[in-house]
Write a protein that binds this ligand. Structure first.
Ligand SMILES: Nc1ncnc2c1ncn2[C@@H]1O[C@H](COP(=O)(O)OP(=O)(O)OP(=O)(O)O)[C@@H](O)[C@H]1O
Ligand SMILES: [Mg+2]
Length: 238
């Protein structure tokens, strides 16, 4: 289990994350909902050691990784698919993937690369092409593949559907589901609540840096505050 326990993070006087507790579990998708500025990205960055933590704990299968350098967090089994994908456009698809596997041995890297190509045939087809020439959806697959290259047990995903054509959103989120089904714990921030709920197991809603709801998808769909905030008024009358 990836366990975030009473996390507090601030930017100067701005207390962006105030006592957030949540968990990701192997084989499960934990969906994090929250309005703009709720503290979702800050939470993920704090887990990755990209943002310093005021207090609280982050544990990976019982090992405390709070405040550890990012490369140590990656080695402990956690990787991040960042907001906006952040693929290296001039590099080839394969070079991007290999960068994701920098922390593993050459043998593991070669082995994992083949697994990633098996999971994403499009990346295999385009392996020698520049990453910048991929479509948005393909770049998201590349960002997923790059995260998997570190052989992580837990993958954090920051708004994977952002900026993608509606027809591609489903495919990308189904891929997140498949990643979880392969045994990985997925912690997914997603503004597209309806699409996110279709692939999630657990739901955590964050508002102004605090957790307001934790429960399974059925409980989330039955929660009036969740419906109102994330699914629109029309969902309330159903
Ligand atoms: N680098 C920064 N410096 C100062 N304040 C920041 C910084 N990054 C975020 N914040 C503030 O921290 C709070 C949480 O921001 P965060 O980016 O974590 O929210 P979010 O839930 O990811 O929002 P979004 O849906 O817009 O991505 C906001 O009030 C934001 O303005
Ligand atoms: Mg964000």
């Amino acid at each position: 289990m990836l366990e975030i326990d009473e996390l507090h993070v601030s930017y100067g006087k701005v207390r962006a994350v105030r006592g957030v507790s949540l968990a990701a579990r192997p084989g499960r998708v934990t969906l994090v909902l929250g309005a703009n500025g709720a503290g979702k990205t800050t939470t993920l960055r704090a887990v990755m050691g990209l943002q310093s933590v005021d207090s609280g704990r982050v544990r990976v299968d019982g090992t405390d990784i709070t405040g550890k350098d990012t490369h140590k967090v990656v080695r402990a089994g956690v990787s991040l698919v960042p907001e906006g994908r952040r693929v290296f456009a001039p590099l080839t698809v394969e070079e991007n993937l290999l960068l994701g596997g920098y922390s593993t041995s050459a043998t593991d890297r070669a082995d994992t690369l083949q697994k990633v190509y098996g999971m994403f045939p499009i990346l295999s087809d385009r392996r020698d092409g520049a990453a910048g020439l991929l479509s948005g959806g393909e770049q998201q697959m590349l960002a997923f593949g790059r995260a998997l290259m570190s052989r992580s047990k837990y993958v954090l995903m920051d708004e994977p559907s952002m900026g993608l054509a509606p027809s591609v959103v489903q495919t990308v989120l189904m891929t997140a589901r498949e990643i979880a089904d392969s045994g990985i714990g997925v912690l997914m921030v997603e503004q597209n609540a309806e699409a996110g709920l279709q692939v999630a197991d657990e739901v955590v809603a964050i508002s102004q840096g605090e957790v307001g709801f934790t429960g399974d998808v059925a409980a989330a769909r039955a929660d009036r505050a969740i419906l109102r905030a994330f699914l629109g008024e029309s969902a309330l009358s159903n």
